[in-house]
Design a protein around this ligand. Structure first.
Ligand code: UGA
Length: 473
């Protein structure tokens, strides 16, 4: 039977909140700390604050019992054996991660340490942060034998964060002391021994008692680099396939076939080879910039990362040109936009390519009617409805009388639209799909002009038939 380790999690954002309820799910007592009183009150009252699968269920199970929410970091530090720092590390103007929140938390923790504690960085941070946290704690008068600092990066994706946490590909523990590594080993034991996967009401996922996740012990610096390098590599994979998709467009090849063909090579793998309108979100753009900045500071030429970013910016511009190529001119056009979130299954709009594109289209003089199943409220806060921008109740009212329909986010529901109904409501049956959710042949058969990413454009069968009849006349 695994041990119950008292844990504090500082920060109740995507990573902190998910980690807190998941640690409770695997049997630990957790205090989740946030300095925002309103957030703490909302969480105590059962509001999850973010749209995330399984979070409401786990919050219901453990709220105010195995997971307590508070603003009192000193109390949480005294109670806990391991304190996970999961506060934001936003991008500063120079591209580096702004670590001032991490520093402030480390100093505050230092003031309350009265017995051995393991301080764990869970926020995404650059290499050497671990050492800075250690120095900050020592400077605040804590004896070196009273604490260790460990790096335990998180690899969860928004939308599937809970399942990712409980069924990880790997758990990375970067610790320079055996004592600290052992505490982390005990915390994750319910997962690594497979014990959790025998539970009747477990959150389903890919791991099992026969195939539990591996725990990789590394140095603290290696763990810090693993996190940045993982996100940078995934972003690179996406930019790579986006560049290949442009090549496919120029040659009338099909990027889906190419992605499948290269992805079947087990050294490459099929995942993260979906072309689109570019990557977004709170992680990839920020982490690629931060990793590049770390390399710069160390005098290392890592221009590859600048190219990754450049392709990502270009991809949005190319999409705009694609829409222009379908509509001839853009000024005064009415565009229906499906999707505002940076990807499907989330309400997060941070660095969303969809939002950037909406701004670009408005800048070109278009008027937009937009629909997103979860992200409209957040979008409205930063882009209120106006003469040029209208939010609608569903995909069909967005499409009403529009000159074209644009798909910008890969929500599952956008892949199963009622095509005859869509035909009826659009002014012109033109769909420009930035996420390749439809089969071009099906769209052509359903009477649409259909443009997507890296695949030949498809035209309504009728149009083709009359074109070929004219050619034969
Ligand atoms: C990403 C990583 O996948 C997680 O492993 C990591 O823990 C997280 O960042 C983080 O550092 O916190 P997330 O930002 O939630 O997770 O989203 P992803 O599913 O990775 O998607 C990122 C962006 O890439 C989205 O805009 C998505 O639409 C795009 N994408 C993804 C593609 O364009 N093509 C793909 O094949 C995959």
């Amino acid at each position: 039977m695994s041990k119950n380790i008292p844990i504090a999690v500082v920060g109740s954002g995507y990573v902190g909140l998910v980690a807190a309820v998941c640690f409770a799910e695997i049997g630990h007592d957790v205090i989740c700390v946030d300095n925002d009183e309103r957030k703490v009150a909302a969480l105590q009252g059962g509001d999850t604050l973010i749209h995330e699968n399984y979070l409401p269920e786990l919050l219901d199970r453990y709220r105010n019992s195995r997971v307590k929410f508070t603003t009192d970091l000193a109390h949480a530090t005294r109670e806990a054996q391991a304190i996970f720092i999961a506060v934001g590390t936003p991008q500063s103007e120079t591209g580096d991660a702004d670590l001032s929140y991490v520093e402030a938390v480390a100093c505050e923790i230092a003031r309350s340490i009265d017995s051995y504690k393991v301080i764990v960085e869970k926020s995404t941070v650059p290499v050497y942060t671990n050492e800075w946290i250690r120095r900050a704690i020592e400077r605040n008068g804590v004896a070196r034998n009273l604490f260790d600092v460990v790096s335990n990066p998180e690899f969860l994706r928004e939308g599937t964060a809970v399942a990712d946490f409980l069924h990880p590909d790997r758990i990375v523990v970067g610790a320079d002391s055996e004592r600290a590594a052992k505490v982390l080993g005990d915390i994750y034991a319910p997962l690594t021994t497979g014990e959790y996967y025998t539970q009747a009401d477990l959150i389903p996922g890919v791991c099992s008692t026969d195939a539990p996740p591996a725990l990789l012990n590394t140095s603290t610096k290696s763990a810090e680099i693993i996190k940045h390098a993982s996100n940078a590599f995934l972003a690179l994979k996406i930019s790579f396939i986006n560049a290949v998709s442009n090549l496919c467009e120029a040659t009338d090849a099909n990027v889906e076939q190419v992605a499948r063909g290269i992805g079947l090579d087990s050294r490459i793998g099929p995942k993260f080879l979906r072309p689109g309108v570019g990557y977004g979100g709170s992680c990839f753009p920020k982490d690629v910039a931060a990793f590049r900045s770390v390399a710069d500071q160390l005098g290392i030429d890592f221009n590859l990362l600048s190219e990754v970013e450049k392709i990502n910016v270009q991809q949005k511009k190319r999409f705009l040109s694609k829409v222009r190529s379908a509509l001839w001119t853009l000024r005064g056009k009415r565009l229906a936009v499906l999707g505002l979130a940076f990807k499907g299954e989330t309400d997060d709009i941070r660095e969303s390519p969809a939002i950037e594109l909406v701004k670009m289209f408005i800048g070109e003089g278009c008027s937009i009617s937009a629909y997103d199943p979860a992200a409209m409220k957040r979008t409205e806060e930063i882009m209120p409805a106006s003469r040029h921008l209208r939010y609608t109740e569903n995909a069909y009212s967005a499409a009403e009388d529009a000159d074209a329909l644009l798909i910008l986010t890969d929500w599952a529901e956008f892949a199963t639209l009622d095509l005859p109904k869509l035909q009826r409501v659009l002014r012109y049956p033109i769909v420009i799909d930035g996420r390749n959710l439809y089969d071009p042949t099906v769209m052509a058969e359903s009477g649409f002009t259909y443009l997507s990413i890296g695949r030949p454009a498809a035209y309504p069968m009728r149009e083709l038939a009359s074109a070929s009849a004219n050619a034969h006349a």
